[in-house]
Design a protein around this ligand. Sequence first.
Ligand code: GTP
Length: 597
Amino acid sequence: TDLSHIRNFSIVAHIDHGKSTLADRLIQSTGTVADRDMKEQMLDAMDIERERGITIKANTVRIDYKAKDGRTYVLNLIDTPGHVDFAYEVSRSMRAVEGSLLVVDASQGVEAQTLANVYTAIDANHEIVPVLNKIDLPAAEPERVCEQIEDVIGIDASDAVKISAKTGLGIPDVLEAIVTRLPAPTGDADAPLKAMLVDSWYDAYLGVVVLVRIIDGKLRKGDKIKMMNTKATYPVDRIGVFRPAMQQVDELGPGEIGFLTASIKQVRDTRVGDTITHEKKGTDKALPGFKPSIPVVFCGLFPVDAADFEDLRDAIEKLQLNDASFSAEMETSAALGFGFRCGFLGLLHLEVIRDRLEREYDIDLITTAPSVIYHIHLTDGEMLELHNPADMPDMVKIDHIEEPRIKATILVPDDYLGDVLKLCQDRRGVQLDLTYAGARAMVVYDLPLNEVVFDFYDRLKSVTKGYASFDYQMIGYQQDALVKMQILVNDEPVDALSTMVHRDRAEARGRAMVEKLKELIPQHMFKIPIQAAIGGRIIARETLSALRKDVTAKCYGGDVSRKKKLLDKQKAGKKRMRQFGKVDIPQEAFISALKMD
Ligand code: GTP
């Protein structure tokens, strides 16, 4: 295809502002997919994405569009993930295209992820077309939102396209804007092959499928290619494009976006952002800025029923086929038995994987408290990366500890500002900035990631009744007075409940945890002390009193079915418990005890 007839773009938006709905309309109105084959949210393939309405993997579609100028254009849409955990994937896929549609819900206005994503697009030198969506809603205020886009983001919004992705209003204008306002790609068909590895995933029939953007040169079936960062070489089996179903083609040239398969065994062998060239006569200049995505949040995943361990291992291996940024290593815990220590890009990533294991693979899991990676500097000068508080070395060997910090941006209506500031302050935050964008405040905080990984987002949602939006980026490591707090139940430490806390907050945190555990652990036939300790020092203590009564005593002489039900319920409860020493600890205790309200 002639380069001047290609337009490559992505859609950036805050979650729920209508990105997927707009993509569907573009696909449908150009006849790319016949109406009868049109499913809602065509691009969100996985069930879980569909259910939660979150786009996780980048997806792509090639659309042929006959424009008003009478020519037919090839429009390549790369759908980017909308969540902060996948920031690196977003920035990579943006580098594969020249422009973005900035979709803003005209009834909501600019939100935290609108900002994060549009800045990524600006960084990638995109031409940006603002699109105001949901103008069918009575609450839509397109003029006000245009002003807000200009004030907050600083781009011209006077030509914003006003649409309703739901009713289809304005969709032809979006297509024309793509053709007339976004630039065509540039590239040299005669230069050595240079292609960007935008994404990859495992397909049950084809093996690993690699999404590529050709920068220079040509890619043909049968070519021998080389990945410049991993140095691996492969003969290409197939190449093709997405319409959105896969369709094979003979070659891909500069500016084009498509896929290749090449008997690559695992997704792990492909690195997003890597440069693909020919093994012979290849380019010697790799694309700049390659970095692998690395997990930042870790937690233990243990089967509730120890007999499910092998199933869990299989399930984790299957999920890893498709997700190179999810790591897992076997772990044993005195309290929880055999399981895995898993690493994730962020909290949402963790949640998605846990959900898939429970739902798709039907395994009941105990998830331990999420932890970040601490840098433990030992007195002998060595530095350890600590992924699990249970592995903390002896305090006397430690010189100092560093923890990762983030820059968090929160947009919130004025009324809730006080609550948000308090929440950030409570989580050891340092305020960096406070500005106004219309009736909303934009607060920027430097926060320890540790204080955010657990329930920060839930708390933020609850104190602002869902009106706040949140985004973050890592800023680096900083030393602080951190200690490991242990919980002892019946005088035995429960490793899965160990956490890292700031020394000044240890006592309050310890007190809250033992109080919670007292509520969560059922009474036994004996007295159970529940304690929080730092090193050998007890900082909080509660005692769970002994129980004597038979649970069925109350229905003595009552009807038998009720009694049976009660016993069954007790049995089911047992299954979700973990025996620890002589004490049964319910599964939910491992997470609930850590929630800070
Ligand atoms: P993520 O995939 O979670 O990032 O969300 P998204 O930005 O793709 O939003 P999506 O397209 O899933 O739309 C979110 C909700 O808004 C859905 O319930 C849509 O039906 C609705 N919606 C999208 N466009 C419009 C519109 O123009 N008008 C109205 N009234 N509702 C819309």
